[in-house]
Design a protein around this ligand. Structure first.
Ligand code: PMP
Ligand code: GLU
Length: 382
């Protein structure tokens, strides 16, 4: 049978991060002692109190479709959280709960882009932005980062002034670099985008995972910025699939059409668990402990990496990724690490052309495993 696959889908690449996760699982099933530093997800369990709320919801028969935007009480709590934690003043009606923040990004791209449009992304940036843009028929304009893995503002301004850019995606704390941008840096980037009529999507999924840095949400000062966030990273709820998008009502009314005709609503009992994540002080304590553990792991990893003479690692300020320059082609390095050391990392090429010499290491693993990974890496690095 000759089957036609749309050009739109043929243009899309599969996810490099999820590929690394699958690979690690496959090797483990074969009995290999694999250390997976590939996929970016916390290794901690979801806090107990959150799971209990969700279990209770199941027992209570809370198993049907919910409002397509998500349950009103969760949007109410999110509206309070956004005001308290982020300084963002938005009504519950200006929030849509989505099945993961990834789907929120998809909604935004589908709504704001079409054939021939352009989106500005930083090189490097998280793998799914590029493909979400391409799925709409739009193209990506890449803006480089400086040596210290921060946006190159001059180049950014040039692109916005010379090209017709429809959207800009900002991501601080950043996946894959782990850098956190200051309020001044974010304001400058947002103002340049707005001056040039581009919509800013601010992906803040790692907002709570910061080390001695403050997270700044641009929608607190710029009403037109679209904010994306979710429960996956903060509460170790990756498998629950729950994210959200915050925007003005006009945009929300457009986004919701796609949600209604694709996924209907987010999972009912996952939303009940999320209520507890926001409501119960126990969750905050668990999050702080988790961030402390990430900080120790970061220090251990960065020190270890920088002890290899050919590796240079900028200290990450947030999220749980290190993005060292390994001084040579990272596809080859990632392959050798996998084959010879059974350590899974993601090659920098997955995140952009400029990062061919970087690898992304997710340090959401125990200190013992990180130590062991560093020992195994001695085979590859001097
Ligand atoms: N944004 C960034 C920068 C991410 O790293 C991830 C991780 N998958 C997401 C969004 C999406 O997270 P989720 O769909 O699990 O909410
Ligand atoms: N965001 C994580 C990562 O970058 C999870 C996998 C994914 O969805 O890409 O590894």
């Amino acid at each position: 049978m000759s089957r036609k696959i749309s050009r739109r889908v043929q243009r899309i690449e599969s996810s490099a991060t999820l590929k690394m996760a699958d690979l690690a699982k496959k090797l483990r099933r074969k009995g290999e002692d694999v250390i997976s530093l590939g996929v970016g997800e916390p290794d901690f369990d979801t806090p107990y109190n959150i799971k209990e709320c969700s279990k209770q919801a199941l027992d209570d028969g809370f198993v049907h479709y919910t409002d397509s935007k998500g349950i009103p009480e969760l949007r109410e709590l999110l509206s309070e959280k956004l005001s308290r934690d982020n300084g963002i003043k938005k009504k519950p009606s200006e929030i849509i709960l989505t099945p993961g923040a990834k789907f929120a990004i998809f909604l935004a791209c589908q709504t704001l882009l079409e054939d021939g449009d352009k989106a500005l992304l930083f090189d490097p940036s998280w793998v799914s932005y590029k493909e979400s843009v391409k799925m709409t028929g739009a193209e990506v304009e890449w803006c480089s980062m400086n040596e210290d893995l921060r946006p190159s503002v001059e180049e950014y301004k040039d692109i916005l002034e010379s090209e017709n850019i429809s959207i800009v995606v900002l991501n601080s704390p950043c996946n894959p670099t782990g850098q956190v941008y200051s309020e001044e840096e974010v304001r400058e980037l947002v103002e340049i985008a707005l001056d040039n009529d581009a919509t800013v999507l601010s992906d803040e999924i790692y907002e709570k995972i910061v080390y001695n840095r403050d997270h700044y949400s641009p929608a607190s000062d710029y009403q037109d910025v679209v904010t994306i966030n979710g429960f996956s990273k903060t509460y170790s709820m990756t498998g629950w699939r729950l994210g959200y998008i915050v925007a003005d009502e006009d945009l929300i009314n457009q986004f919701i059409k796609i949600q209604q005709h694709s996924v209907s609503c987010p999972t009912s009992f996952a939303q009940k668990g999320a209520l507890c994540a926001l409501n119960d002080p126990v969750s905050d304590e668990v999050v702080s402990e988790m961030v402390e553990r990430f900080r120790d792991r970061r220090d251990l990893l960065v020190e270890g990496l920088n002890s290899f003479s050919e590796v240079e690692c900028v200290t990450p300020e947030g999220a749980f990724y290190a993005f060292p320059d390994v001084g040579r082609d990272s596809d080859m390095v990632a392959e050798r690490l996998l084959r010879e050391c059974h350590v899974v990392v993601t090659p920098g090429s997955a995140f952009g052309e400029d990062s061919r010499n970087n690898i992304r290491i997710s340090y959401a693993r125990s200190e013992e495993r990180i130590k062991e990974a560093l020992e195994r890496m001695e085979e590859i690095f001097d």
